[in-house]
Design a protein around this ligand. Sequence first.
Ligand SMILES: Cc1cc2nc3c(=O)[nH]c(=O)nc-3n(C[C@H](O)[C@H](O)[C@H](O)COP(=O)(O)OP(=O)(O)OC[C@H]3O[C@@H](n4cnc5c(N)ncnc54)[C@H](O)[C@@H]3O)c2cc1C
Length: 383
Amino acid sequence: MEPNENIVIVGGGIAGLSVALALHRLGLKSIVLESSDSLRVSGTAFVTWPNAWKALDALGVGHLLRPQYSRLFSREHEVRCLKRRFLLETLAKELPEGTIRFSSKVVSIQKSGYLKELILIDGSILKTKVLIGCDGVNSIVAKWLTFNPPSFTKRSSIRGYVDLKEGHGLNPEFLQFTGHGFRYGIVPCDDTSIYWFFMLSPFYNKDEEIKKYPKKMKQFVLSNLGQVKDNIKSIIEKTAEEDIICSPLTFRPPWELIYGNITKHNVCVAGDAFHPMTPDIGQGACSSLEDAIVLSRCLAQAFSMSAPKQEHLHENIGTCLKMYAKDRKWRCIDLISVAYVVGFVQQTEGKVWNFLRDKLLAPFLANLMLNKSDFDCGLLRIS
Ligand SMILES: Cc1cc2nc3c(=O)[nH]c(=O)nc-3n(C[C@H](O)[C@H](O)[C@H](O)COP(=O)(O)OP(=O)(O)OC[C@H]3O[C@@H](n4cnc5c(N)ncnc54)[C@H](O)[C@@H]3O)c2cc1C
C-alpha cells in the first residue's frame, strides 16, 4: 500500500520551505518533495522589502538573518539584500529532520478518492490529503489546475554575486543606472558582498550567445556599463563566472488569476507557481513568504476543526483553501501588474521617455516600490 501523507509540498525553493516551516510552527507536519539532489541555491541574492521581514519574523527566522545583512535606504523601511543560499539553508535548518526529500521529482498527479496521488520520477507513489504546488514557474501543479505556462516578456536579466574580502567600501544603498537600452543595479548585501543585476531589453535579448556563457555575459555587461566609476567596474570584473547567471523574465497575465483556479478541492499553488512576476519591483520571493503565512494559517484552521469523517476533513480543507485563494488573489494580481508596468517604463527608450522617466517618474517609481511592500501578512496564529 502507498504511504498516505497529510500535506505534501512540491518544490523546495523559498516558497516550499517557508510553507513547510509555517505549517511546522502551527504544529502541522508536511513533507517537501524536491527534484534536485540538494537545496537549489542558484539565483545569487535578492532584495527583501518590509513585507518580507514581517513574514520572516512570523516564521521565527528574522532574528537569524538580520545580523548577517546590511539595512539599505532609510531608517523607516527595512530593506536588505539576502543571499538566496543563506535564506534557504536557514529555513531548512528550522525544519524537522526528514521533512525535505531530495531527488523526488513529481511527474504526474492523479485523483484517488478524496486524496491526490503523486507519481515520482523513480516510479514511487505517494498519496496526500493536501497538495501544495511550490514548484516554480514551470509548475506541474499549476498545470494540473489548468494554468497556462507563464508568458515571456522578451527580456532577461543577468545577475551576479561577489564577495570582496577586502570590503567594497560602498554605502548601504541600492544603486541603479539606466540608459542606452539597459538598466542595471548594484546592491550591497553586507560590508564585503555585493549583488548586481543587468536587464537585457528585447533588442539584446535576441542574442542567444550572450545568454549562454557566463564569460560572454560578463564581457557584455562590462562593455555596456557606460560612464561609471572604476569601483563599480571592478565589482563586475571580480565576479567569478560560476556566480553569474542569466534568467528569462516571465509573468502570469493577471487575467489568468482572475478567471483561473488558484485552488481546487485539496490542491493549491504558492510562490512562483501561483504568481510568476517580473523582478522590476523585487516582490516575487517577498510575496511568496506572504503566501506561506496566509496559506498555513488557513490550513491549520482546516485541520483544527473536529472532523471525525474523511469527507468532512476534505470539505474543511476545500473551504479553507478557498479562503487562502480569496485572500491572496487580488494582492498578487496587483503585484504582477505593477511589476510589469514598472518594467515597461524602466526599459522603454527614447528621448521623451528618458526625460519623463529620469526627471519625473523616478521618485514616483521608488515610492511605488515602497508602497507595494507596505503589506502585513499577519502572525502565525489561528483565530
Ligand atoms: C532576475 C530575477 C531577479 C529577482 N529578484 C527578486 C528580488 O529582488 N526580490 C524578490 O522578492 N524576488 C525576486 N525574484 C523572484 C524570486 O526569485 C522568485 O519569486 C522566488 O525564487 C520564487 O520561489 P519559489 O520557491 O516559488 O520557486 P523556485 O525558487 O523556482 O523553487 C521551485 C522549486 O521546485 C522544484 N521543482 C520544480 N518542479 C518540481 C517537480 N515536478 N517536483 C519536485 N520539485 C520540483 C525546483 O527544483 C525548485 O527547487 C527575482 C527573479 C528573477 C528571475
